[in-house]
Design a protein around this ligand. Structure first.
Ligand code: PSV
Ligand code: MN
Length: 427
């Protein structure tokens, strides 16, 4: 299934007249406040978010999984599906692979396929949270933290192998997320577990090519429910600092206890040059992996305020973060869900770019709390749809991607091509 440029031009046509009027109205309004709408359009046009190779099939819970039909069965097909999302949005030009779920058996073929769709290889993800068939040592009691040196070595070797796959594909970073921890008090010596983890990470770090980065993801609970070795941003950044300049913290929005002030964490990490990666999703209760922006869009906007401010005042030299969607659904068409995610991310980003930072600083310095809140609210309440549509139009994307996906009936075409029972590997 490939969507052509001609198809997109055709479907955009009927929207153009109204869009021109809407965009002019908004840009004139913003101009009177000293904001250049076209500048925001260009920033969004260049903004790319990686799609994880495990997000293309229907997700599930431990109680069940409800297939969607036409799901990809292998890495080649997964990349084709990202190609569909990218053709429609022009903002999903990267894939993040999970090994061993998506081992590129034929690197040349996979790379060529991705190239032809305008997709590059973003961060590689290792997996030491599941045992694989024929694996010598089990990760039941941990991997990089394990009390047994042999298990730690196996987990380190796996990460090295993932880096090697990434090098072959042109990736430049490795994300390590560990399920390591304990389920009951006394099960694990916290200090021993942390030290073992640091030593293992040091061995992985040593294997990183010069121009690579290592992202350390944290999570407070699940699958372990008493303690997680890398439970929070503090532990992650402490490890990153001990490892060296190529190591950074990765923030996954779902990996916080309820009501955590994530925007403050982002601000703090960026103030020290420690933010390397970002996983987008949303949650009501825990690591729900719901569509980003579905539950707390204002929080997402506040997070983007910190990201925008951090990137504009980057004295601590954070890299441009590796952006990735990390969500999973069993009741939505996964491709539609990804497009909803991209839309929510771009909306929050555009609104954050509208914040009058000078006026905000002035109000902050005067302790004018009401003015501070109003400045944020004014930006948040602006309907930025015309800016998003203009960015899509300029980059050759569909101005209304989900409508086009439905009009062309991509899902039916995928079912015709692959059948109802094709299933993807992964969670
Ligand atoms: C773990 O919950 C996580 O957020 C990590 O990023 C994993 O790699 C991903 O989800 C997929 O399980
Ligand atoms: Mn994640």
């Amino acid at each position: 299934m490939k969507i052509t440029k001609k198809q997109i031009t055709e479907v955009n046509k009927p929207l153009l007249n109204q869009h021109k009027k809407d965009f002019k109205y908004l840009s004139d309004k913003l101009k009177s406040k000293g904001v250049n709408a076209n500048k925001i359009v260009d920033t969004l046009k260049d903004y790319q978010i990686a799609i994880p190779s495990w997000a293309l099939g229907a997700g599930g819970t431990r109680f069940g999984r409800f297939g969607y039909g036409g799901e990809p069965g292998d890495l080649f097909q997964k990349i084709s599906d990202i190609g569909v999302v990218h053709a429609l949005t022009q903002s999903a030009g990267a894939v993040s692979l999970h090994i061993p779920w998506d081992i590129p058996k034929d690197v040349k073929k996979i790379k060529k396929h991705a190239d032809s769709l305008g997709i590059v290889f973003d961060a590689m993800n290792s997996n030491t949270f599941q045992d694989q068939k024929d694996q010598k040592h089990s990760y039941k009691y941990g991997s990089l933290c394990h009390v047994d040196k042999k298990v730690r070595k196996q987990a380190v070797d796996h990460n090295k192998e993932v880096i090697d796959y990434g090098v072959a594909l042109g990736s430049k970073s490795l994300t390590v997320w560990l399920a390591d921890g304990s389920n009951f008090p006394g099960q694990l010596n916290f200090r021993r577990a942390l030290n073992n983890t640091l030593d293992s990470l040091k061995a992985i770090y040593k294997h990183l090519p010069k121009d690579w980065k290592l992202f350390i993801e944290y999570k407070p609970y699940e699958p372990n429910f008493y303690s997680m070795v890398i439970q929070d941003w503090g532990t992650s950044s402490l490890l990153a600092k001990e490892l060296g300049p190529k190591a950074y913290t990765l923030v996954d929005l779902g990996h916080h206890l309820p009501n955590t002030n994530i925007e403050q964490i982002v601000g703090t990490l960026m103030s020290r040059g420690l933010l390397g990666g970002f996983h987008f999703n949303d949650s009501k209760y825990g690591d729900d992996d719901l569509t980003v922006g579905a539950i707390k869009p204002y929080q997402l906007f506040l997070i983007f305020n910190e990201l925008v401010y951090g990137m504009a005042n980057n004295t601590a030299k954070n890299p441009i973060p590796a952006w990735m969607i990390d969500a999973s659904h069993n009741v939505k068409d996964p491709l539609e869900d990804l497009m909803q995610s991209l839309d929510a991310i771009e909306t929050a980003y555009a609104k954050a770019l509208l914040i009058d930072q000078k006026a905000l600083e002035k109000a902050q310095m005067k302790n004018d709390v009401v003015a501070c809140q109003n400045i944020l609210k004014t930006a948040y309440n602006t309907d930025v749809t015309p800016i998003l549509m203009e960015a899509r139009r300029k980059s050759g994307a569909a101005m209304s991607p989900i409508d086009v996906y439905r009009t062309i009936d991509v899902r039916q075409a995928l079912i015709d091509e692959r059948g109802m029972d094709n299933a993807a590997t992964g969670l």
